[in-house]
Design a protein. Sequence first.
Lengths: 279, 425, 304
Amino acid sequence: MSMRRGQRWAIARYVGLTLFAIPWVVVPIWMVVVNSFKMAGEAANLTLDLPSIWSIAENYTAVLVQGNYLRALGNSLLISGVTIFAVVLIGAAAAWGFGRSRSKAMQVAYYIIVLSILIPPTLIPTIYLLRDMHIEGSTLGYILVLIGTRMGIVVFLATGFVRALPPDMEDAAFIDGASRLQIFFLIMLPLLTPVLFVGSIILVITVWGDFFFATFLLPGSQRATLPLALYSFATSSVQSFRWNLVFAHVVLSSLPLIVAYVFLQRRIVGGLTEGALKG
Amino acid sequence: MITKMQCATAVAAVVGLALGTSGAAQAEGLKLTVWHNTQDTPAVLGLYKAYEEHSGNTIELVDIPADDFQATTLTKWASGDRPDILEYFPNLANLDRLNPSQNLIDLSDEDFVGRSAIYDLGGRASDGKVYAAITTFPETWGLYYNKQVLADHELEPATTFEEVMAQCAVLSKAGITTLHQAGGSSWPVYATPLVYASGVTEPGWVDDVIAQKARFDDLDSPWVLAMQAWIDMKDAGCYNSDMTTATFEQSTNAVYAGEAAYQMIHSNIAAVYLDAAGGDADALDAAVGFVGVGATEPKTVMNAGPIGSFMAPKTGDDAQEAAALDFIRFVTGEGYPDYIQASGTFPIQDGVPAPDASQLLKDIKAAYDKGPRVILINQNVPGGDGNGLQVVSELSVGQLTPVEAGGQLQQGVAAAAQALGLPGW
Amino acid sequence: MTGRPTSTLRDGARTAPRRARLKPTNIWFALPAMAFVGLFFVVPLALNLPLSFSSWTTYRSEIVWNGFSNFSLLHGQGYLINAIWVTLAYSVVAMLVQNVVSLSLAYALRDSTLLNGFFRSLFFLPVLISPLAAGYVWRGILDPAGPLNAFISMFWPGFDFAWLGNITTALPAVAFVDAWKWIGLTTLVYIAGINSVPREVNEAAYIDGANAWQAFWRVTFPMLAPAFTFNVVVTLIGAFSAFDVIQAMTGGGPGAATRSINVLLRIQWGLGNFGAGSALGLIITVMVIVAAVPLVAWLRRREV
């Protein structure tokens, strides 16, 4: 392969990628943002032109006030935060246990947990269970279900990581008199950080965007997360479907993750690519 | 007998509460839990306040989101949870879902039943007993029409679907959508055959269905006729070209702007029309009118909605149940005239003065008064409100024929009848 | 599963003498996870079986065994086969689009250059948008008045088509959006897979006279098998639970054209037919097991 050919291929590739990226990502984002700045009537035409009358403040205020945005943002932050913290901590502990155990029973338990990644959680029996536990329709119930059903991916990723680690460091610390808790928090958890970071990214993406379980387990606007707030805003029977407001809500509900992504993108993309997602 | 004893207990309890200044607990009154729809109007919320002042009891509102109102209420209910007062759909199909003879207090002998004609049409379960007190003017179905469009073509507002079909020949030639359909909102498409079927249902047909002497997919069943009529209007080009994706707000705008002649929908959409007119009630009254519509002869089809419709579940606590009855008597009695003035809607009880209203609302009231009133047929058959929405949606895009659609509706009724344990199913 | 410890750690570990080992009492550390998964995943999964065969409705307070009534009710109303078919078609379309596009993107972006990093980040953006929001975005684009029809009208004046209002195009459209939303993530998995193929192997293929296409199919692709297995299984099975995108874009319509199993489940739940809803959940579970086991086995066999 001559340099010339390589360069020509590179240029063709980037031209192709750009041509592909425009309808794929740029136009959708532009359409959403620019129409969220328009008045209802103009936004109904869904053009890509700039607004003839700008209506940014009105639209975004409407989302903040009628769209239940701030409360939903708080709920989403709380639910995602608690869930991810719990799953990462409990999952890492379990991964250490599974990674270092040779017992058959532990193997079986591990496979059941891994199976929970593959088999979708069942909804109506979950409602039945929460009802029996008297936490149906509560934020607590929803968080507990999320923890139980999202545990698998972190246990799976971290257990593989633990198995590839030689046990000598733990052994040495044990001989030096460290307790198991100390070994876990001071040695294992720091070692597991990269893989737990990858796990957290996957968790954030799925928990933040969860709509199916949320719509059944979290009734009422008090407990609504961002997707629920968006849905009830868009389908509310009092308010007509207005593209400008729906898009403004889409922008605001997507913003937190996108802002976080802008700051962390190298680590996120790098972590997911280099990280432990293989096989 | 039992009802009288309950009345006596209630009176005693209320008197006791009013006079009972000795015990601290009694002086504070009882706390009544109300599962209420988050779309309760300010007037309904005011009604709760008025009752608190009237009785000394306090009301604790549990929000049931309007978007998933039925499902959320049913899930809570199925878990065995019971409020003191339940705000819910007061029709047979929904009342039956609550297993009312076991779970709700029978209100049949209450005074308010005699003061309103609405209990001929709603508030009763399939055992014939009244379980729900209705305070709010029912959703009245009919045609919103553009006055100018009809005048331009020298047409009178249609009062039957037969007339709509006849006018369609004139209007579609002029490039005007006769009856605007909103498949994007799904339920408005369901509404047209539903209202049509309600209009052609013979008295006793529902009983025949329950007795398995008639079926939804009989060739002459109201449903098959209604769905065929809907298809005929579609084939005749009476609908808008974007009928599968348009929303009901677009229908409203189209009628207001004169792009369409009619929208078939219920009375509460009057507020959306006001929205379409930019809040200008005079402009709206000049442009749009409302008329009740039947299938082959003029009728007014209606159903009572959940807002301001109250039931008293059996909670097993006599004092609480008595207070719940007291609440229901207050909202249908002493508190009713003030509620009507505050709500700006029309009273459904005899002898209560009506508030001021726009011409469009007066049209709606006139349609209700003129009648003959019939209730939406799906509200009156167990399971009849189940799969209709899906079935008509499939019919509208040609996935089902009217007879097949009728067969699926029959299945929905069969499922409910089996769940209810009706004999012979 | 190949997490790799850092090389320094491994070297250090090798030289450390093995004096003692932790006793296998680490079970305590796994217990909380077992409890959570057991209670909130395994118990509902097990409960689903009896609930699917019982009459749990709001009509009656007691829940009694009713055999196959829930299934025959759903089938009799013509819902069951349609929902399964819609779900399968949706999953296959989503899986194909997602894997073809992300494999192509991964191949184009496999080198870690600055510009490639920019494109990787750009294509990752849809992953961050909730599936529901993605549905609203594309409902706008596919609207009869939307940008897609406006673009086609430039070549075909007066073009007007309701993509989501047509029973043939609605299903592929919603499935496409599902794929669109997740492609950024699968692309990264493929990039990781491609980069695990040693460069020398590829170069050897070129020296042997293979062109780029042949090198990809003969050398890179077989080595990609683990990533391919992972992506195909995850995208296919993930799409069995199709709900969010559909709910935002069509609500299951027009007619029954996009009424997936989960959309139907929500309808049944809303009517208080909890037993029928459970039956639908059971069908998804069975579909996942039936699809996943042979698929994993078949794809594993093709791996190097």
